[in-house]
Structure formats: structure tokens, C-alpha cells
Write a protein that binds this ligand. Structure first.
Ligand code: NDP
Ligand code: 8X3
Length: 251
């Protein structure tokens, strides 16, 4: 029987690329996100790779929806082997003293609370089966703090703490817990961060070779394909032209 992976935020970027690479390796997929039309397009694409696909449209910030949808999966989808907590975003960029609490709530509710709601719903099944792998997508922003990004950095530092905590809590149950921390990856991330300002978003990727979503998807495949006794705890993956969250070599 094929393994089953659940990916949050599969409608774009890293989540979508992860779905494609896992499908290439014959993993059945539960794909989630808020954009139904994107989920349908991705489902069609994935099914050409001869895997089963279950698209689920919901907002990870809505605890009741997460519980209702993920807590009542069809029988044949309940044994989730791999959970990829990927849904996340930055919203806005600027000094804390000028910050907008709507942006803060969006980031905290998605990146921290959403990840918790999903994990709380899926992990008990893994514990019961004494098998599973949780992969949290952190960030270089969870390893450092940079000006004008304090709240996003705080959410990704929180993901780092939660990853360590869940690894400890699930240690007796043979659950692997991994965190992958990318540097700059060109996805819809910056477009979302700058509230749809494409010119500003494009600037983030000018003058150097950024990562692409498939680079991170390959890392995801690497960590999930290790033998049962090997867990990759933490991986930081940067463009060669990036040495810290804010230090780029641009030509
Ligand atoms: P994208 O914006 O391309 O993708 C984000 C995904 O998250 C989308 O599928 C989106 O789906 C989903 N999502 C966002 N909010 C919600 C929500 N409330 N409920 C459900 N799904 C949601 O960005 P990336 O692929 O780059 O981001 C993926 C992860 O990688 C994020 O956690 C991000 O913080 C992290 N990351 C990104 C980096 C980068 O440089 N791009 C670097 C380091 C980390 P939809 O809109 O359909 O709901
Ligand atoms: C996204 C990378 O450096 O823009 O997590 O915060 S960064």
C-alpha cells in the first residue's frame, strides 16, 4: 500500500512542489489550501502520476473547520504517514511600532496556531499506530531576526520551539519530527507579504539566483526517504548567494 502524505498549503509554492515530488514517488496525497480552483487543478495534475488525491479546502486558522474536516477523513485516508505543516505567510514588512495588528494576527494565527490545530488533529493517529513523520516548514527567519520582520520571525521561532517540543513529546511513539528552514525561495510568498504589490515582490529576487520551490521539495523527499532509524532534525537551505536573512551577494 502507498504511503499517505497530508500537505497544508499545497495550492502554491513549496507545498505544491512537495506534492509533485511525492507523487513522483508514488505517495498518495491529501492536499489542502483555501483556493478550491487551485486544488482541483493540482489534483488533476497529480492524478496523471497514478496516485490517489484528496483535495480539502479549508483555512488552517479555523480550529473548528480543521477538527471537522481532518478529524473526519474518509476511512481510506486516515492512516497518514507524513504530515507537512507548510501553510504559512508573512503579511507586511515594517517597524513594529508602526505595525498593523491585522497583519500580526494573520501571521500568528496561520503560522503558529494553524500548525498547532492541524498537528493536534493528525498526531494522535500517528501515536496510536506508533509511526509517522511530521515535517514543519520553518525559515531562516526562525533562526535569525531581521529589521522590519519581527513578528514573522517570531512566528518562525515559535515553529522552531514547537518542532523541538513535539519531537520530545512523540519520542516514545516512534514519530519522526523534522524542520526544514529555507532562505529566499521565489514563490507567491513575497507577493502575499507585500499585499499584492508585484513590483515590490519581484525586487526580492533580483540580482542573484534564488531558490525555487522544487529545491525545497527535493529536501523534503530526502528527509522522508531516510531509513526508519534515521531522522533529520533540522535543515537550513539557502541560495548560494545568501549568507543570512538579509545578506545577499547581488551582481
Ligand atoms: P506561497 O505563498 O507560495 O504558499 C503558501 C501556501 O500556504 C499556499 O498554498 C496558501 O494556500 C497556504 N496558506 C496560507 N495561509 C493559509 C491559511 N490560512 N489556510 C490554509 N492555507 C494557507 O509561499 P511558500 O510556498 O513560499 O510558503 C510555504 C511555507 O514556506 C510558509 O510556511 C513560508 O513561511 C515558508 N517559507 C517560505 C520562504 C520563501 O522564501 N518563499 C522561505 C522560508 C520559509 P491558499 O492561499 O490557497 O490558502
Ligand atoms: C521567508 C524567508 O528571509 O524573507 O521565510 O523571512 S525571509
Amino acid at each position: 500500500m502507498s504511503a499517505i502524505a497530508l500537505i497544508t498549503g499545497a495550492t502554491s509554492g513549496i507545498g505544491e512542489a512537495a506534492a509533485l515530488i511525492l507523487a513522483d514517488h508514488k505517495t498518495d496525497l491529501i492536499i489542502t489550501g483555501r483556493r478550491q480552483e487551485r486544488l482541483t487543478l493540482l489534483k488533476n495534475k497529480l492524478e496523471t502520476r497514478n496516485v490517489r488525491v484528496l483535495p480539502l479546502c479549508f483555512d488552517v486558522r479555523e480550529e473548528a473547520a480543521v477538527k471537522m474536516i481532518l478529524g473526519n477523513l474518509p476511512e481510506e485516508w486516515r492512516k497518514i504517514d507524513i504530515l507537512i505543516n507548510n501553510a504559512g505567510l508573512a503579511s507586511g514588512m515594517g517597524p513594529l511600532q508602526e505595525g498593523d495588528s491585522d497583519d500580526w494576527n494573520r501571521m500568528i494565527d496561520t503560522n503558529v496556531k494553524g500548525l498547532l490545530y492541524v498537528t493536534r488533529t493528525i498526531a494522535p493517529g500517528m501515536v496510536e499506530r506508533k509511526s509517522g513523520h511530521i515535517i514543519n516548514i520553518g525559515s531562516i527567519a526562525g533562526k535569525e531576526v531581521y529589521p522590519n520582520g519581527g513578528v514573522y520571525c517570531a512566528t518562525k521561532h515559535a515553529v522552531g520551539a514547537l518542532t523541538q517540543g513535539m519531537r520530545m513529546d512523540m519520542l516514545p511513539h516512534h514519530i519522526k519530527v523534522t524542520q526544514i528552514n529555507p532562505g529566499a525561495v521565489e514563490t507567491e510568498f513575497s507577493l502575499v507579504r507585500f499585499h499584492g504589490d508585484k513590483a515590490q515582490a519581484d525586487k526580492m529576487y533580483e540580482g542573484y539566483e534564488n531558490l525555487v520551490a522544487a529545491d525545497i521539495a527535493e529536501c523534503i523527499w530526502f528527509v522522508v526517504s531516510r531509513p526508519p532509524h534515521v531522522n533529520i532534525n533540522d535543515m537550513v537551505v539557502m541560495p548560494t548567494a545568501q549568507a543570512s536573512a538579509v545578506l545577499f551577494h547581488k551582481e
